[in-house]
Write a protein that binds this ligand. Sequence first.
Ligand code: NAD
Length: 455
Amino acid sequence: MSTCFDLVVIGAGPGGYEAALEAAKLGMHTALIEKTAVGGTCLNRGCIPTKALMHSAELAAKIRGAKEFGIRVQEPEIDLKAVQEHKENTIAALQKGIRSLLKGAKVTLYEGKGKVCSPKLVEVTTEEGETLELETEKILLATGSVPSLVPIPGIDLPGVMTSDEMLNLEEKPESLLIIGGGVIGVEFAGIYQAFGSKVTIVEALPSLLANMDKELGQSVKMSLKKKGVDIHTGARVEKLEACEQGIRCTFTEKEETQVCEASKVLVAVGRRPFTEGLFEEPCMPVMERGRICVDEEFQTSIPGIYAIGDVNGLLQLAHAATAQGIRAVHGMKGEKHPSEPMLIPSCVYTDPEVASVGLTASAAQEQGISVKTHKIVSSSNGKSVLSGQERGFMKVVYLEDSHVIVGAQLYCARATDMISEFAEAILQKMTLEEMAAVIRPHPSFSEMITDVVKI
Ligand code: NAD
């Protein structure tokens, strides 16, 4: 088989494999290199496995609450090994699906580690140590990210884990301390709280989900607290030590020293771009704090080499990586893809779900844009009440003069599905009135959209 390609993609996550499929569709002879498993972080160590665990956790929570709906059941027993089996089966099924898509599109998959030797040459080294050279016109880097660690004394103690290891636990920890109240921190808090662990979050900043709308972080904090999660914000972790129960964490909150003991510790303080061994010097593009710098079309400082997804550090989300990859391969063909790769919904899979797209009111104000917001709560939404949902809200941000929608923040059931309606409205520059003209079914969660855009 030829080892000359139009495009070589390194990394088969949702950025890399979707870009390879799109490139093949555009007629490019494409190779894809993956060092571990197709699907990348999203499928193997991120979105899919966490949501598979979460599905089991939510089911347990629903069973516990069944009495409210007239169903008498016993306290559910959590068999974490079986929960893991469901997760593994899910991953395997999706991996198989990706492989068959790649085969169908005639993308050549190389299993090994890719290294950029020059803008026209990539080397693949297999696990057995064999090397192969691939000549190519273009290169797309989609190598993703790995969990960051912080230099806290005791961070390397047994029982201190990143999300990678946390996903494979076969026994439920009695207690779990989570360092970091960002997306990973709150999602794992929800999962293990529902599995019956005693969960504590220690977050350095004054709020959870600090880079989202303030009200979203506050709502998630209140909801997790109500479910029994112990939350410390504005708290600095000083050290971790081994103790009888597992690990003792000393942290400072409001200038007071506090101590918390837990059987396991999850460190969820962000992720860093993965570029180890990716370049043979001098073929190295400009980088900034570990991320590969790119232009608007995702091209690096070296013409013909592109970088998309977590490795360029713009937005660490699977669907952002996919959008960037598709945009990049169209760019290679001299075309402009109509998607807007920076208009990306952010979703957090808590209960209720969190979803946000476009501008928040405070971000708009910082940019000097005159906006207004309209907010409604879910307590008058029939579907929310009949299904016993926790009280949530929907907020829309719109331009004061024209009523054009520029942002939305949702905290309610199915928020992660409904946010797409707002993403479309923002992309199409729709006004509140245009969105209100859509007739939505009754009863449905989406009736909240009609209510929030009616002012
Ligand atoms: P994050 O940046 O969302 O949150 C990390 C948190 O850790 C921050 O709030 C930070 O203030 C805190 N922190 C940092 N150092 C600390 C310390 N020493 N003590 C206490 N707190 C500390 O990162 P994450 O939650 O690790 O997630 C990583 C990336 O993965 C994010 O970009 C996220 O978007 C992505 N991700 C997305 C989803 C999703 O879309 N649902 C799910 C999981 C992860």
